[in-house]
Ligand binder design. Structure first.
Ligand code: ADE
Ligand code: ZN
Ligand code: ZN
Length: 283
């Protein structure tokens, strides 16, 4: 009798403990999941991968004139363009920089040019690039201010060549178009920010080395035009990319095969054009 009672008590205690463990582990699971998802909310899914920005910076570095190299060496205190290229995204972790969020992209209706579009009162990637250039150029501005805007400029010329950053408003540059990437949830914006380039599995130095095998004639051709031409070019590509997927589509090897060349060309153009912008600025 006594033993049976003790046994029942023990049984009751055990089931209580296991319920507690279960509740605790559910809480733990929720906390871990939240911690894993937090960066997605913090960065709002709008970051062209560090690799992409660094490839652009590294390619540009190889095409600088002597005078530009000296000016950059002074302002960037010896750091490379690849190293500072991610600064524009790094500062997103600090809310004090929130006002720079609209600087990374522009949205306007497909089929019209940037110049003909209605401008956002918060600024966009084009007004931001113009502001950066003006501040860097004017030596009366503080050194600190010129350095900040130089690092932003390096970043923004990269973003300008991510087609989904010259996009349309209604789906936030493809952020609202859900797709799967090799079985994982993603969206059209993220495919172009990160998934494609990461799935290629090369480092930024390897990619920059491979993508910089361009003839002088091709370099000149790719450097033609202004930021107004380049944004319309990205915007037109973006229009084609909207047609490249259906909502919920399962993307993988075939999509990567179809679009790797375009991704590489955008990285190449970003790098060569960044060099052009910097050479013009410090000439
Ligand atoms: N948020 C809204 N539109 C965007 C775009 N085109 N790119 C990145 N973030 C955005
Ligand atoms: Zn993005
Ligand atoms: Zn950016």
């Amino acid at each position: 009798m006594y033993i049976a009672k003790r046994f029942r008590k023990l049984n009751f205690a055990c089931s209580k403990v296991s319920t507690l463990i279960r509740q605790y582990s559910t809480k733990m699971k929720k906390t871990v999941l939240l911690l894993l998802l937090l960066p997605m909310f913090m960065f709002g899914n709008t970051i062209w991968s560090k690799t992409g920005h660094r490839v652009t910076g590294q390619i540009a570095q190889n095409h600088l004139k002597g005078k530009t190299k000296r000016a950059l060496n002074d302002l960037l205190e010896g750091h490379s363009l690849a190293f500072v290229s991610t600064y524009g995204d790094d500062i997103k972790a600090d809310r004090a920089y929130n006002k720079y969020s609209p600087w990374h992209y522009v949205n306007y209706p497909l089929g019209i040019s940037y110049k003909d579009s209605e401008k956002s009162k918060d600024g966009d990637i084009i007004t931001a690039i113009e502001e950066c250039k003006a501040i860097i150029k004017n030596k009366n501005n503080s050194r600190e201010d010129r350095i900040f805007h130089l690092k932003m400029l390096v970043h923004l010329i990269g973003d300008l060549h991510q087609p989904m950053h010259a996009s349309r408003e209604e789906d936030k540059g493809g952020n609202d178009i859900q797709v799967q990437w090799f079985g994982q949830g993603s969206n059209l914006h993220r495919v172009w920010d990160q998934n494609l380039i990461e799935s290629y599995g090369m480092t930024y130095t390897e990619l920059a080395h491979e993508l910089d095998k361009v003839s002088k004639k091709e370099v000149k051709k790719m450097q033609e035009g202004t930021i107004y031409d380049w944004v319309d070019e990205s915007h037109q590509i973006c229009g084609e990319l909207y047609d490249s997927v259906k909502v919920g589509e399962k993307l993988g090897y075939q999509y990567a095969y179809n679009y790797n060349d375009l991704l590489f060309e955008q990285l190449q153009k970003g790098g060569l054009r960044l060099a052009k912008v910097l050479n013009d600025l410090f000439e």
